[in-house]
Unconditional design. Structure first.
Length: 287
C-alpha cells in the first residue's frame, strides 16, 4: 500500500540461508520494455545463490478512473476484423467500435502541483519498498543495495538520500531524469516526450516549468549520498542522454565509479551492464 489507494506490486526472491539475508531492491525504468528487454528474473539467481534476496518493484500505474483516450477504431466486416487509426464509415455489413487506451501514468497524473506528480509519487513509492522489507523477518533491512535504471535510478538515489541507515551501496544504470533541465532538452525517451507535451499544454514559459521540476532532480540529493555508487552511461543513448548522467555523477561526493559504452552495439541486450551492476552490489553486501 502506497499513497492513496495505490497498491505497488513486485516480486521478492529469497535465498536459501540461515539468518537474515541482505537484499537488493530493483526499480525499473519508465517504459523499461522498450529500453531494456532483459527480464529481472533472469538475473535473480546471481544474487540468491550468493545468499542475497532481491525485491523487484513494479512502477505504479495510472490511478483508477483517470481519463482515457481513443487508441484506434476496430472495424468488423463479415467476421474479419482490422484495426485502424481513424474512423471508418459503417455499412449494413460492418460495425465500428472505438477502443479506449489508458493514458500513460505520467500524463494522467500531470505536473502540477509538482509534489503530487507521477515522479514525486514514484519517489515515495520507493521509500515504501524499504518499509515493506523492514516487516520481513528473513530480511536484514540494515543491509540494502539499490539497483535502478532510468527513472528507477532516480528513485534509488532518493532512497539513498532518505534512508541512510539502511542503504550500503547502489548501482545507477543510466539515471534519468537527472540534471532535469538538460535532460528535457536532450532525451528522446517516452518519459521526456510526455513531460514536454504536458508543458506545451500549460500556460507559462518552458523555463518556469523546468524550474518547478528541478525540485525532483536527483542532483539535489547528491551531496547527502554517502554510500559507494556505480554508474553506467551510453555515449549514444538517446533515451538516457549521457551528459545528464555525467552531470549527476560529478555532483556526487562519495566513492564512485562509471561504466560507459561508446555505442549501443557493445552490449545490445544490456546483460553485461546488468551483471556488472549485480557484481558491484554483491561486493557491497558481502564484503
Amino acid at each position: 500500500q502506497s499513497l492513496g489507494p495505490t497498491i505497488i506490486r513486485g516480486q521478492l526472491f529469497l535465498p536459501r540461508r540461515r539468518g537474515k539475508a541482505p537484499v537488493v531492491i530493483h526499480f525499473p525504468d519508465y517504459d523499461e520494455r522498450a529500453s531494456f528487454p532483459g527480464a529481472v528474473k533472469d538475473y535473480s539467481r546471481t544474487l540468491t545463490e550468493k545468499g542475497i534476496a532481491l525485491l523487484s518493484v513494479n512502477l505504479r500505474q495510472a490511478p483508477a478512473g483517470t481519463a482515457q483516450r481513443p487508441a484506434a477504431v476496430t472495424s468488423t466486416t463479415r467476421g474479419a476484423s482490422t484495426t485502424r487509426a481513424h474512423a471508418a464509415v459503417g455499412t449494413a455489413r460492418s460495425s465500428t467500435a472505438t477502443v479506449e487506451a489508458p493514458l500513460p501514468p505520467l500524463v494522467a497524473m500531470g505536473l502540477e502541483p509538482v509534489e503530487k506528480s507521477y515522479l514525486a509519487h514514484c519517489y515515495l513509492d520507493a521509500l515504501r519498498a524499504v518499509d515493506f522489507l523492514r516487516l520481513q523477518k528473513g530480511i536484514d533491512s540494515a543491509r540494502i543495495g539499490l539497483l535502478g535504471r532510468g527513472l528507477g535510478a532516480a528513485m534509488a538515489a532518493f532512497v539513498a538520500h532518505m534512508r541512510k541507515d539502511s542503504v550500503v551501496g547502489m548501482s545507477l544504470e543510466r539515471p534519468s531524469p537527472a540534471w532535469i533541465s538538460r535532460w528535457l532538452d536532450d532525451s528522446r525517451g517516452s518519459m521526456a516526450e510526455q513531460i514536454r507535451e504536458l508543458m506545451r499544454q500549460k500556460s507559462g514559459s518552458r523555463a518556469k516549468w523546468k524550474k518547478s521540476l528541478e525540485l525532483l532532480d536527483p542532483i539535489n540529493w547528491a551531496p547527502s549520498i554517502q554510500v559507494p555508487v556505480l554508474f553506467s552511461a551510453g555515449l549514444e543513448d538517446a533515451i538516457h542522454p549521457p551528459m545528464s548522467v555525467f552531470g549527476f555523477f560529478n555532483h556526487l561526493q562519495t566513492e564512485k565509479a562509471m561504466q560507459f559504452f561508446t555505442d549501443e552495439e557493445q552490449d545490445p541486450t544490456g546483460k553485461k551492464e546488468r551483471l556488472t551492476s549485480l557484481d558491484f552490489l554483491v561486493e557491497q553486501l558481502n564484503p
